[in-house]
Design a protein around this ligand. Sequence first.
Ligand SMILES: Cc1ncc(COP(=O)(O)O)c(C=O)c1O
Length: 388
Amino acid sequence: MFNKKKKENPGFSTRAIHVGQQPDPETGAVSAPIYPTSTYVQQGIGEHKGYEYSRVSNPTRTRVEENLAALEGGIGARVFSSGMAAINAITTMLQAGDHVVCGNDLYGGVPRLFNQVLSTFGLEFTYVDTTDARSVERAIEKNTRMVYVETPTNPLMSITDVATVSRICRKRKVDLVVDNTFMSPYFQQPLALGADLVVHSTTKFLNGHSDGLGGVVICTREDQMEKLAFIQKAAGAILSPFECWLILRGVKTLAVRMEQHDRNGRKIADFLARHKRIPKVFYPGLPDHPQHELAQQQMSGFGSMITFETGSLSNAKKMLKRVRVCSLGESLGGVETLISHPATMTHAALGEKGRRAIGITDGMVRISVGIEDVKDIIDDLDQALAAI
Ligand SMILES: Cc1ncc(COP(=O)(O)O)c(C=O)c1O
């Protein structure tokens, strides 16, 4: 749609609203058509319009892949049926005997996939504190092919220096994969900082309305694009045309939503940090966050993911029972404020020992601040915290 040769360089929201979002050529419909078709009529043997079967490709999927690649600054993207399906697809670039260095504070479903499924096929995983770039370098072995990080992490909100880790990876010929789900491409662009692949659970901020699951991998090289297209076709965990469309609809407002998430996030973090019953708040926008300065350099906002300590499981239970505007539930990144308990929900799969090892306590509560009126969220948290 935009002419790269003419050096057209549209801004973020213009890309979000226009790349892959061109009007339907047949009718002029301004919203992208959803193609709910399994197959495509061919004009003769080997003669078709670029589409043969919807596991392989679908026009609505093509549109969302173009759009998300343009937002992250990649050469292309492949979407999958969930964030976990996208992460699993990335690991099919590896072979038995290969080694991956991973962050030690990841969404709980990721170590579950790595340790309980993929390690039985001969892949090896080592977990390190990636906030310390030297510990990443030390963990790289002869058979290491990939470094896998989330930044900020889930739920401890620690920040990895993507530019420094990517330099280490380049030197050792290892691919760096960054899960950018928490920040979205609006606040953080890992490929520009040197990452080789970006992955998202589109279920979160990219969709933004808590009405569809999905995952995407954004690529920097043709070999990655080809391999992932092959995995879409061979393994079949592709995203349905309707859910592709939900993302196309969602990203149109990504910038304005993220601005409001960020504004609300900062205010809620301040409120929690000043609350007398909350001993600790984990939010990169707070000056006492250990990587506050790095967060300012590598992100253009702090977002709306906040974790805080209530002191005990019983305190967490009492407050979560009383919330009214905030909804108790897993997931994040929707317009509504979602509040959750990592130890029994998103990070239950780590087990008590695994959680203790990285500092996830039973009293921790994670909040994905939505875009409601912030006063109502604060009033709600205030009355719920009165229970502890
Ligand atoms: C940071 C992060 N990455 C990946 C996932 C997995 O995504 P999905 O639930 O879409 O499979 C999640 C899910 O919560 C997540 O929080």
